[in-house]
Write a protein that binds this ligand. Structure first.
Ligand code: HEM
Length: 519
């Protein structure tokens, strides 16, 4: 923060008029009444009345900072251009400015940053080809695999609509009927569910994307951010102590580190596979409840992110920042992941409502390249991006000097041909339990103990029916997990072995085998 120097500059209003008295309204005599023509008073109060915009419906509390991304020019040891023509990755040492917003998901704008909650990890790359947003989380997977269910899972996780209290009974009511959430909740209720702060957590794109090279060939990819600071988490007890003293410790930690010049860094690694359905796998590469095993799909380095500048204004740059999964540049593309398509609709929809239809013109959101569009008007139009020779022409095509279509940089992406009937159906290879069980087995003993403790504490608030169903799910994932959570809830294998799968649940062969073994 800069020190005041000498005489401070005089206050004005937004019309540029100097303000001679900022202490007293204009009144008839010193004791009033007040008059209505006083421009400064009315501007000041009415502006204050409008200081807030709706907070984000999810990820309301977050913290944004700036930095840059430095590319290696490679995917591991191979030239990256084999796989993507995205310019930001193309050359070793190439730097791209970024804005990164970390967030919690469920709480409101002033809620605790040590809550058990996924963390958002949203990166905006201001590339020479326009903006690219990579909007991820810290846990690598998600609760659901179809965007249609997003409002339901969020309603279950958010406070009760009457008591406004977050209720484990409601959360586990929903999760018990949603077997695809098992992998996510095994992560969320482990120590990883409360990262120590934003500097010490990983990030993941979670959804599957595509890379496109100069020939138009496509590959499926997943993104991973690995903190050079290391990964650190908190137990419930640690979190309770932090929370008692400070609700915003993670924002404060990041802000302070950047002010001190201790710039945090993350390596970006990318997993890749050929662009098809991969029938040899017993899970679907487009399923965001699954990780891609690293032994088979090795994550390889493509660059490093450094954060080194704080915002000048929290509201302008953090509250009004808008990230979305549809914001992609040439060489980076969507996959057919059913969550990703829903997310891509949702982000800009909510931002048009939350910030306004011209949110992309605000400095934090604006592309650093020249923008030329025929979009016009709407609330808060800040400037006109005409760019064409003839500003009268706000349509295309035109012979009168309007904008023309850009040249295409390479062939369209050549992905697999897609055919099928219109349908409403879940994907065939759901396999909801295996990776949840594997995740449990990968944990150290203290992490398993913490997970079991957290599950028992939370699930004990649910109805007996939900408790039994959760224990059944855990047995389906991993015997030890089922047994230990069951012990904590006084539910034995005998109490759950007769449970049928859920009405719409389709078990894989391996899962049917597990079910038979339970019986
Ligand atoms: C924020 C919707 C899944 C990560 C948001 C917002 C909405 C939303 C409406 C608020 C955006 C704003 O007000 O600017 C959805 C929907 C999803 C989904 C409909 C599923 C269908 C996910 C997943 C992830 C994720 C799977 C993680 C991989 C984020 C992040 C933010 C966010 C990081 C905060 C962005 C920021 O810092 O401004 N999401 N989301 N979301 N979402 Fe999602």
């Amino acid at each position: 923060m800069s020190e005041p120097s000498g005489q401070a500059p005089p206050l004005t209003n937004r019309q540029g008029h100097p303000i001679h008295d900022n202490q007293n309204q204009r009144t008839v005599g010193p004791r009033g009444p007040a008059t209505l023509e006083q421009y400064h008073f009315i501007e000041k109060i009415t502006h204050f009345d409008r200081e807030r915009i709706p907070e984000r419906v999810v990820h309301a509390r977050g913290f944004l900072s700036y930095g840059h991304f430095t590319a290696t020019g490679k995917w591991g040891d191979e030239p990256i251009e084999r796989y993507t023509r995205a310019k930001l990755f193309s050359e070793p040492g190439k730097q791209t400015d970024v804005a990164v917003r970390f967030s919690t998901v469920i709480g409101g704008r002033d809620s605790s940053e040590s809550a058990r909650d996924p963390r958002g990890f949203a990166v905006k790359f201001y590339t020479e080809d326009g903006n690219w947003d990579l909007v991820g989380n810290d846990l690598g997977v998600f609760f659901i695999r179809d965007a249609l269910k997003f409002p339901d899972v969020m309603h279950a996780l958010k406070p009760d609509p009457i008591t406004f209290h977050q209720e484990p009974a409601r959360i586990f009511d929903f999760m018990s009927q949603t077997p695809e959430s098992m992998h996510m909740i095994v992560n969320l209720f482990s120590p990883r569910g409360i990262p120590a702060d934003y500097r010490h957590m990983q990030g993941f794109g979670v959804n599957t994307y595509r890379w496109v090279n100069a020939a138009g060939d496509t590959r499926l990819v997943k993104y991973h951010w690995m903190p050079r600071q290391g990964v650190a988490s908190m137990t419930e007890a640690d979190a309770a102590a932090v929370q008692a003293a400070e609700l915003g410790h993670a924002s404060a930690d990041l802000f302070g580190a950047i002010e001190r010049g201790e710039y945090p860094e993350w390596d970006l690694l990318v997993q890749m596979m050929d662009d098809h359905e991969h029938p040899e796998l017993d899970w679907d590469p487009l399923d965001d409840t699954k990780v891609w095993p690293e032994e088979e799909f090795e994550p390889k380095l493509v660059g490093t992110l450094q954060l080194n500048r704080n915002v000048d204004n929290f509201f302008a740059e953090n509250e009004q920042a808008a990230f979305g999964t549809g914001v992609l540049v040439d060489g980076l593309d969507f996959s057919d992941d059913k969550m990703l398509v829903g997310r891509t609709f949702s982000y800009s929809d909510t931002q048009r409502y939350r910030v306004g239809p011209n949110y992309q013109q605000l400095p934090v959101n604006r592309a650093r390249t020249e923008v030329r569009t025929n979009l016009r008007d709407g609330p808060m139009t800040y400037y006109v991006e005409t760019g064409g020779e003839n500003p009268h022409v706000n349509y295309e095509p035109s012979t009168m000097g309007g904008l023309r279509e850009a040249e295409q940089r390479g062939p369209d992406e050549i992905g697999p041909e897609i055919r099928g009937r219109l349908t409403r159906a879940r994907i065939p290879r759901t396999n909801d339990y295996q990776q949840a069980g594997e995740r449990y087995l990968l944990m150290e003993q203290w992490e398993r103990d913490d997970l079991v403790h957290n599950f028992v504490t939370a699930i004990s608030e649910a109805t007996p029916e939900v408790q039994r169903r959760m224990v059944w799910h855990f047995y389906m994932a991993e015997d030890e997990l089922g047994q230990r959570v069951g012990e904590g809830l006084n539910i034995g294998l005998d109490d759950v072995r007769d449970l049928e799968p859920l009405p719409k649940q389709e078990l894989s062969e391996a899962e049917q085998q597990r079910l038979a073994n339970l019986g």
